[in-house]
Every structure is written in C-alpha cells, then in structure tokens.
Design a protein around this ligand. Sequence first.
Ligand code: MN3
Length: 200
Amino acid sequence: MAFELPDLPYAHNALDPHISERTLEFHHDKHHATYVKNLNGLVENTPLANESLEGVIKAVAGDASKAGVFNNAAQVWNHTFYWHSMKPGGGGTPSGDLAAKIDADFGGFDKFAEAFKTAGATQFGSGWAWLVLDGGTLKVTKTANADLPLAHGQTALLTVDVWEHAYYLDYQNRRPDYLSTFLDSLANWDFAAENLSKAS
Ligand code: MN3
C-alpha cells in the first residue's frame, strides 16, 4: 500500500497571520506532497513498500546507498510531525508533567526556549530544531536536511522546520522572528505532552 499525504490537522488559513495560508499551500500541498510521491516511486516493487514509514526510516538510516529513500521518508515523517507541533492559538508554556520535566532538565522554560531558538537559528542551511527525549532526559537538538531523532535513538516531542520554504514567504530572511513566533503563538504543547507520556 502506497504512502499517503495526511491532511493538515487544521485549515490552511488557521495559523494566519503567523504562518500564512499561502505558505501552508506550498509547504503542505507541494513540498510535503512531493516527498510522499518521491518516496512511493523509490520503494515501489521493493520490500520497503510493505513497511511502515518508521520501519522504512529505520531500515535505511545510515545506508549511503539508500540516501534518497531515507531523505524522502524522513521528510514525510518530519512534516507530519511538524504540522502537529503547531496549533491555532498555540504557544506559551506547557503545564503538568511536561512543564515539570522542562524545569528539571533545562532549569526553567526560559532556558529551554533560548536553547530551542538558538538551535533553530544556528542550524546552517536546511534542517530542523527539536525537543527530544534522549535516555530519559529532555534535550534540544538540531538536525540537517531530513535527519531526525528516530535515526539517533531519540524520541521526538516537538519540532520546527527551519528550511527556508517553511518561513520565507512570511518572514523572508528573519528566521529568528519565525522561531520566536513559533514559541509564542504556535507551539502545540498538548502534542508534546502526549508524546512525552507515550514515551514514559
Ligand atoms: Mn519543510
């Protein structure tokens, strides 16, 4: 069964004005869709076509001869995860167990926020900034291109896409403003908390 492009979990204009309808039309309907199409083309008539998306990623991670499969499969996964990492009326601070763990592992939400924004701003070129659970500890990481926590034995809790296509129409070169807006107005802490509780 072929991999499918999941719908956005909200309307294309739901994140406006922070992320415009036009950005989501290109980013979801064109970029994300293309990764799905490319992945299906690459795994067609191979044993990988019967794997789950995560199964494909784990099977080819680190195999240079399968870089195309890895890149497209990981980008399909990353984008689906990114859509859920945002919500209309999101942002602010988490609560409950996640808030307590952020306090314990980072020394407070502000320190987490600074680390997350720095990771996103200093990822040279295309990539992603992440909040991950790594061996029971929360960490902020950044990955290049399609790379993702799953390939490093970590559990992703939240991500922000820092490829230029994610923000250029709305923020041009101002990636730090996009990252601040992500934390202030978009981050879906319910989704991150759910990912933490599933991993614990
Ligand atoms: Mn993207």
